[in-house]
Design a binder for this molecule. Structure first.
Ligand code: MV4
Length: 611
C-alpha cells in the first residue's frame, strides 16, 4: 500500500478519499487555491500545498503544479476525485510517466472509452447492447437522413466528444436534418474541439441506469449492482438511488453482466461506471465514466463495499478479494445532493455564510461533506455543499427515513435545494419510482417547486425576493422558548412597526455553537461588557473576571500588560453600600480592561480579561 497520497481535488470528494486513506493508514496531501486556504479538505489533510492561480478553480487543473506538490510532499500516488483532472487522459499519462502512481484506469483505457463511436464499437464487440445507430462518425446530412430512414424518426445526433447533454441534437423529421447536423458539429467543435458526430435512434423517455464496476490488475472484474439516476435537471443529477426501482431481477442480472463484459473488453482497471439508457424492458449502453462518481455512496450503502478504498488497493496492485457471487445488494439507499441553489429561482446558485449548519444523524443516515458552520459558500466552485445518503431495509423505509433526515437538516444563511427534495418525497411519480429522465425538466409543475421553497425554504440572505409580504420589512421577529405548566413551547413573536433589534444573530448565538472562526470574536450576551460601547469584543480564551453583582466600579487596580496572580484584586466594586474586592481566580497577564472608575456594571459583566 502507498504511504502518502496526494488528493488532487477539493470539497466532499477530497475528504471522502482522505478518509479512505486514513482507514488504510495512508498519509494525505491536499492541494488548494487561494480561495480555499481554510477549506475542509485543507483542514483535514496531513499536509497541504498552495497550487494557486488567478482563477480559483483553475488551480486544481494545473498539471505541473499538482505534480510538483506531489514531489515536494514525497507522495507516492495521486487520486483525482471527480471533475477537474479525473477524466483527463493526458494528465493520467503524465502521472504514469512520473514517480507517482495514478489512482484510476490507465490513460489508454480512458482514451479507448472517451470517444463515443470507439466505445460503442468496443461494447458491440463485447456483446453489450448499444442504441441502434452508427459506430462510425457521419460526415453529411444525407447520411443522417439515411440512418433515420432505417430506424425511423426521431434520431439523436451526438458529438463524438460529447457528454452531459452538450452536443446532443434531436431530429424529429427530415426537414430538420440539415440544421441539426450542422448545430451538432458546431457544438462538438466548440465544446470538445471535435466536430465529429454520429447518429442514434432517439429514445423518448428512457431511464438512466448505471452499473458500478471494480476491476483489478489481475483480470478480475466485479460489478456492484446499479444506480438509478433518472432524476436529473438539465443533465445534472439531483437524486440517485440503488438499486433501480425500474429493473426486475432478470434485467438486473443482464445489465450487470453486460457492464462486466464491456469493461473487460476495454482492459479497464480501477473503479468505473457503465451508463445505460433503459426503456421498455431493454437496456442500451450510453457511455463509461472512467472515475469515481458523486453517487458512488449509494452503492457503498447497499453493498457494504468501500469503493474508494478499493480504488487505492487496486492501484497498489492488490487483488479483489471477493467473487461476483459474494456481492449482495442489501436494502435500499438514496443520495440527495445538497446544493446551495434556489429551486424557486430556476435553481440559481446561492451564496452566503452557513450561519447554521446542523446535518441530520441517526440510523440509516450518512452525510458526506467538507463544510462546517461559519464557512463561506462563495460560488467559485460547483454548488454542492454536502450529500445526504439515506438507507433502509427497503425503498419504503428509505423514503420514510429520508423525510425524517431532510427535516432534521438545518441550514441557515443561504438557500439550498432541501425544499425540493422534500417536495420529491411527496411526489407520486418519484415515490412510485416511475420517473424518467424527462420528469424534472418537462413534467414537474414549477408552482409546486415555488410552494415547497416557501414552505420549507431557509430564511437568509438568499431568500427569494417574493417570499415575504410587503409588510415584512416592518416586522421584528424574535423566537422564545417558554414553559407553560412544565411543557415546552417555541414561540415566534412578531411585532409590527417595532424598531429593529440590535443584533439578533449575536443574541441567538449566545450559547456558543462550536463553530470556529466566524463566531469566535462575537461578544456574547451572557458575558456582555460593562463598557457602554456595545461593539467591544472579548478576545482569547483566557480568564474573564466578571462582576458577581450589579454595582459601581470604585477603582480599577490593574492596567493592560500587568501580571496578575490568582487572588489578586483587579477592581473594587461598590454594591449595596459595600465595597467588594473583585479578584482574579487563575491569574495571568491583563489583556483587556473593559471598565473605568465610576462605570456601573451588571451582574455577569466582564471587567478584565487575562491571557
Ligand atoms: C440519449 C437519449 C435518448 N436517446 N440518446 C443526454 C446526455 C448524454 N450524455 C446522453 N443523453 C441522452 N442520450 C438516445 N439515443 C436521451 C438522453 C438524455 C438523458 C440521458 C440520461 C439522463 C438524462 C437525460 C436527459 C435528457 C436526455
Amino acid at each position: 500500500m502507498f504511504s502518502k497520497v496526494l488528493v488532487a481535488n477539493r470539497g466532499e470528494i477530497a475528504l471522502r478519499v482522505m478518509r479512505a486513506c486514513r482507514d488504510l493508514g495512508v498519509r494525505t496531501v491536499a492541494v488548494y487555491s487561494d480561495a480555499d486556504k481554510h477549506a475542509g479538505h485543507v483542514r483535514y489533510a496531513d499536509e497541504a500545498y498552495n497550487v494557486g492561480s488567478a482563477r480559483a478553480a483553475d488551480s486544481y487543473l494545473d498539471h505541473e503544479a499538482v505534480l510538483e506538490a506531489g514531489r515536494k510532499a514525497g507522495a507516492d500516488a495521486v487520486h483525482p476525485g471527480y471533475g477537474f483532472l479525473a477524466e483527463n487522459a493526458e494528465f493520467a499519462r503524465k502521472v504514469e510517466g512520473s514517480e507517482l502512481t495514478w489512482i484510476g484506469p490507465s490513460a489508454d483505457a480512458m482514451e479507448r472509452l472517451g470517444e463515443k463511436t470507439k466505445a460503442r464499437a468496443l461494447m458491440q464487440a463485447a456483446d453489450v447492447p448499444v442504441v441502434p445507430g452508427t459506430t462510425e462518425p457521419v460526415t453529411s446530412a444525407d447520411e443522417v437522413a439515411s440512418v433515420a430512414a432505417e430506424y425511423g424518426y426521431p434520431v439523436a445526433i451526438k458529438a463524438e466528444g460529447g457528454g452531459g447533454g452538450r452536443g446532443l441534437r434531436v431530429v424529429r423529421s427530415e426537414d430538420e436534418v440539415q440544421e441539426q447536423f450542422e448545430t451538432a458539429q458546431r457544438e462538438g467543435e466548440a465544446y470538445f474541439d471535435n466536430a465529429s458526430v454520429y447518429v442514434e435512434k432517439y429514445l423518448e423517455a428512457p431511464r438512466h441506469v448505471e452499473v458500478q464496476i471494480l476491476a483489478d490488475e489481475h483480470g478480475n472484474v466485479r460489478h456492484l449492482g446499479e444506480r438509478d439516476c433518472s432524476l436529473q435537471r438539465r443533465h445534472q443529477k439531483v437524486i440517485e438511488e440503488a438499486p433501480s426501482p425500474a429493473l426486475d431481477a432478470d434485467l438486473r442480472e443482464r445489465i450487470g453482466e453486460a457492464a462486466r463484459r464491456g469493461v473487460r473488453e476495454a482492459d479497464y482497471t480501477n473503479a468505473g461506471t457503465v451508463e445505460f439508457l433503459v426503456e421498455d424492458g431493454e437496456f442500451y449502453f450510453m457511455e463509461v465514466n472512467t472515475r469515481i462518481q458523486v453517487e458512488h455512496t449509494a452503492t457503498e450503502e447497499v453493498t457494504g463495499i468501500d469503493v474508494v478504498k478499493w480504488q487505492l488497493r487496486v492501484a497498489a496492485g492488490e487483488e479483489l478479494d471477493f467473487a461476483q457471487d459474494d456481492v449482495e445488494i442489501d436494502g435500499h439507499a438514496i443520495e440527495y445532493r445538497i446544493n446551495a441553489e434556489n429551486a424557486a429561482d430556476d435553481f440559481a446558485p446561492a451564496t452566503g455564510t452557513l450561519e447554521t449548519y446542523d446535518p441530520p444523524g441517526g440510523i440509516g443516515v450518512r452525510v458526506d461533506d467538507a463544510v462546517r458552520q461559519g464557512d463561506e459558500i462563495g460560488g467559485d466552485y460547483d454548488s454542492m455543499i454536502a450529500k445526504l445518503i439515506v438507507s433502509g431495509s427497503d425503498r419504503e423505509e428509505c423514503l420514510a427515513r429520508s423525510e425524517r433526515a431532510l427535516s432534521e437538516f438545518e441550514i441557515d444563511g443561504l438557500q439550498t435545494i432541501v425544499p425540493f427534495h422534500r417536495l420529491m418525497l411527496t411526489d407520486e411519480a418519484f415515490r412510485a419510482g416511475e420517473h424518467t429522465t424527462k420528469y424534472l425538466d418537462e413534467d414537474l409543475d414549477r408552482d409546486r417547486i415555488d410552494q415547497a421553497v416557501e414552505k420549507w425554504g431557509t430564511v437568509g440572505e438568499s431568500e427569494p425576493a417574493d417570499a415575504g409580504d410587503a409588510e415584512s420589512e416592518d416586522v421584528t421577529e424574535r423566537e422564545f422558548t417558554v414553559e407553560v405548566n412544565g411543557k415546552r413551547f417555541e414561540v415566534n413573536l412578531e411585532e409590527r412597526g417595532a424598531p429593529a433589534l440590535p443584533d439578533v444573530e449575536a443574541l441567538s448565538n449566545g450559547g456558543g455553537t462550536g463553530a470556529a472562526g466566524a463566531q469566535a470574536t462575537r461578544s456574547r450576551p451572557d458575558e456582555a461588557t460593562a463598557a457602554d460601547d456595545d461593539e467591544v469584543t472579548i478576545e482569547g480564551d483566557g480568564e474573564q473576571v466578571t462582576a458577581e453583582m450589579q454595582g459601581t466600579i470604585l477603582s480599577v487596580e490593574v492596567a493592560e500588560g500587568d501580571d496578575v496572580a490568582a487572588g489578586d484584586v483587579v477592581c473594587v466594586l461598590e454594591a449595596m453600600k459595600m465595597e467588594n474586592d473583585i479578584v482574579a481566580e487563575r491569574g495571568g497577564t491583563v489583556a483587556q480592561v473593559l471598565v473605568d472608575e465610576g462605570d456601573s456594571a451588571d451582574m455577569g459583566d466582564v471587567l478584565v480579561v487575562l491571557e
